[in-house]
Design a protein around this ligand. Structure first.
Ligand SMILES: Cc1cc2nc3c(=O)[nH]c(=O)nc-3n(C[C@H](O)[C@H](O)[C@H](O)COP(=O)(O)OP(=O)(O)OC[C@H]3O[C@@H](n4cnc5c(N)ncnc54)[C@H](O)[C@@H]3O)c2cc1C
Length: 665
């Protein structure tokens, strides 16, 4: 076997703005010459939420009658027993969580017979998105009973899209590790549109057996749609890690929230954050109190404390409520031994220096760690003869010019040996998730009586540091090896629509030879393909500078109909003026905000050029894509949701007054 030598581009990284350099990957064969066919024969979609479902539908669609191609050969692996992702709440897992005692922050839940991965949503969830933006092209969303669809209605919609795709879905199939396989000259096929690729070795666990069965397969291309909600995000503040370990019934994350039941009666509840989840959870707690205890706060009742890093943002609607008290963000947690409870007492220190003692529940609505792909191993260098020998030893062999052949039941030990021997061949696509770390000395101290301090600890700035999946074309496909795609990496206000457009674009690229003969879709060089990444760095630098300067531009994506929104670099909480920390989404690499609609239009325009017949589908028609109208309608979702919340509260008020009157008459 002859091993190709490096094409001279070496393993050098790219000159990036200083802050991003830490996430730069080595780059192999940036500009493959000659470009050869990838022979996309078998595609894997990882994850069966909305993005995975619509990707599968779009990949499989037979377009030959319209002058296009037959569908691609694709299969979807989902680790739960049903498709639907966030929108699928299965009663048995809910029951189990209830039995374990809400909230259950053990994830996945291991029972003697199975592994369960509960959805991060809850039965009372009412969406924030208009049905128009939950519509996959050609498959209208049935009119919901109210203005915003419920969890149940959204799940029903997804099921109706997924039903005909059943034969291409494997549930209870957990994708655990992925390795990029090297391209070797023996694989060269016909001249094609994509850079060369040896495809992907995929390790999955079949969770339908007990214990799970390890399986290994080869795929030509992968689209990852595995959810951004896998890893909750917490600030790394002193005492949090110890509190998570020693007081697990008091420290929660929105990911584990299922019901208001464990919280609403408790005396001191702190909800951290004013994003979608934190606002909804806080509203559910005070709503329940209002229904049970009446409009007025009752004797001895304490307000729900809302710990804020920044002012209210209209994208995350909430109503003012006398049952709330806003407090500055939490900078430190201390535990004290407690006689009368199974868990220590919990005190929190705020950015103002104030200490709130005996907190019953501290609920973090601080979002998720986006873009954690440390389980995807990409090539770090060109392979050597001995690498190929080690792969073959492990059961991964070259099958003439057909490509890599992987024995499905690879010997785990020899694979482990091979991957150790080959360690330097691969590098993780991203760093692993970060969780608060426990300082042993501090955690021991934490159990001692609290020493209150008036000097606040450092800001939890770690929430704001940019992390990203590096070197992407159009934010969704590896610029180096486009057989690696991300169907759901961009965090969107309209994720259903975006996933539909992204997957149609991915298909276009993977078809490699567009039937219309209009040429290649991807730019021919690595640098051109990753142009959007560089543009994004500059946007983030500008946002950061604007935020530092306290400029209102930094929040230009928000409407300002809410009198509480005052874009500025301070936040006033209870009369204390504090430096504000911006909403973490503003500096998050994969949250494109105002740049998202232009990108959506670019995807749509590109595939319509090659597939004009798609223009007739509901969801893709020209009249639905007037940018000004579309963006205006999207933004109105938030002010409308606020009005909707107000209407619902008024109705509840009226209802309880009527009940009272009827009761007294
Ligand atoms: C509480 C909450 C409320 C929300 N409200 C709204 C709303 O009102 N409107 C809206 O549009 N969006 C809302 N969202 C956003 C929501 O994430 C998207 O609507 C949508 O579900 C994203 O789809 P997805 O397919 O990318 O991810 P998900 O829906 O998260 O689905 C991902 C799937 O991948 C599977 N998976 C993950 N890893 C693996 C693996 N290694 N192997 C196999 N399978 C795997 C998971 O089990 C899951 O089924 C909300 C999210 C949350 C958490």
């Amino acid at each position: 076997m002859t091993i190709p030598l490096s094409n001279g581009n070496g393993l050098n990284g790219h000159a990036l703005p200083s802050q991003q350099q830490q996430h730069t990957l080595p780059v192999v064969s940036q500009q493959p010459t000659p470009s050869t066919s990838t022979g996309i024969a078998k595609i894997l979609i990882v994850g069966g939420g909305p993005a995975g479902i619509v990707s599968l539908r779009n990949f499989l669609q037979d377009e030959s009658a319209e002058g296009g191609k037959e569908g691609l050969d694709a299969v979807l692996y989902e680790r739960r027993e049903e498709l639907g992702g966030v929108w699928y709440l299965d009663p048995s897992t809910l029951g189990l969580e209830e039995k374990n005692g809400y909230p259950s922050n053990r994830w996945p839940i291991a029972t003697p017979s199975q592994l369960l991965y509960p959805s991060p949503s809850y039965p009372a969830l009412i969406g924030n998105v208009f049905p128009r933006f939950l519509t996959f092209s050609g498959h209208p969303f049935e009119k919901p009973a109210d203005q915003y669809p419920t969890l149940e209605e959204t799940y029903r919609y997804l099921s109706s899209v997924a039903r005909p795709l059943r034969n291409h879905v494997r549930t209870k199939r957990d994708v655990r590790q992925v390795w990029e396989l090297p391209y070797l000259p023996a694989l060269s096929g016909e001249e094609g549109a994509l850079p060369r690729s040896g495809g992907w070795l995929v390790h999955t666990a079949d969770l339908s057996t007990n214990p799970p069965t390890d399986l290994y397969e080869h795929f030509s291309a992968i689209s990852f749609c595995p959810s951004f909600t896998t890893h909750p995000s917490y600030p790394n503040i002193p005492g949090l890690a110890a509190a998570m370990r020693l007081a697990p019934r008091k420290i929660h994350h929105a990911k584990w929230y299922r019901t208001v039941e464990p919280f609403w009666r408790s005396k001191k509840v702190v909800v951290v954050g004013n994003g979608l989840s934190s606002n909804d959870i806080a509203a559910q707690i005070v709503g329940r109190r209002r229904r049970e205890w009446g409009e007025e706060m009752r004797e001895g009742e304490e307000q729900v404390l809302r710990a804020l890093r920044h002012d209210y943002v209209d994208m995350f609607p909430s109503l003012p409520d006398a049952r709330y008290r806003d407090i500055p963000h939490v900078t430190r947690i201390d535990l004290r031994p407690s006689d009368d409870a199974s868990e220590p007492s919990l005190d929190i220190t705020l950015a103002s220096g104030e200490v709130v003692t005996d907190v019953d529940h501290l609920i973090w609505g601080t979002g998720y760690q986006i873009g954690v792909y440390d389980w995807v191993n990409v090539l770090a260098r060109e392979p050597t003869q001995s690498d190929v020998a080690a792969l073959s030893e492990a059961g991964i062999t070259l099958d003439g010019d057909k490509g890599w052949r992987v024995e499905s039941q690879l010997n785990k030990e020899s694979l482990a040996q091979a991957t150790t021997a080959l360690e330097s061949l691969w590098v993780r696509l991203t760093p692993p998730a970060r969780y608060p770390t426990e300082d042993k000395a501090k955690s021991a101290q934490a159990l001692l009586p609290t020493v209150t301090t008036s000097s606040p600890s450092p800001e939890p700035l770690d929430l704001l540091q940019p992390r990203r999946v590096p070197h992407l074309h159009s934010h969704m496909m590896s610029a180096r090896n486009p057989t690696l795609a991300f169907g759901a990496l961009i965090i969107s206000a309209t994720p259903f629509v975006l996933a539909d457009l992204v997957s149609r674009y991915i298909r276009l690229v993977w078809e490699a030879e567009p039937s219309s003969g209009k040429g290649h879709i991807l730019p021919s060089t690595f640098e051109e393909r990753r142009k959007d990444e560089i543009v994004r760095f500059h946007e983030l630098e500008k946002t950061r500078a604007d935020l530092e300067a306290g400029s209102a531009d930094a929040l230009s994506g928000s409407e300002t109909d809410d009198s509480r929104i005052k874009p500025k670099n301070v936040v006033t909480v209870n009369g204390t003026v504090l430096p504000a920390l911006p909403p973490s989404g503003l500096l998050s690499f994969h949250v494109l905000r105002d740049q998202e609609l232009p990108l959506q239009c670019r995807f749509r325009n590109t595939f319509l050029q090659y597939k004009p017949w798609l223009r007739n589908l509901i969801g893709l028609r020209d009249e639905e894509w007037d940018e000004v109208e579309r963006e205006g309608h999207r933004k109105s979702m938030y002010s409308e949701k606020k009005k909707w919340l107000q209407r619902r509260r008024d109705e509840e008020r009226l209802h309880s007054q009527e009940k009272k009157t009827n009761g007294s008459s």
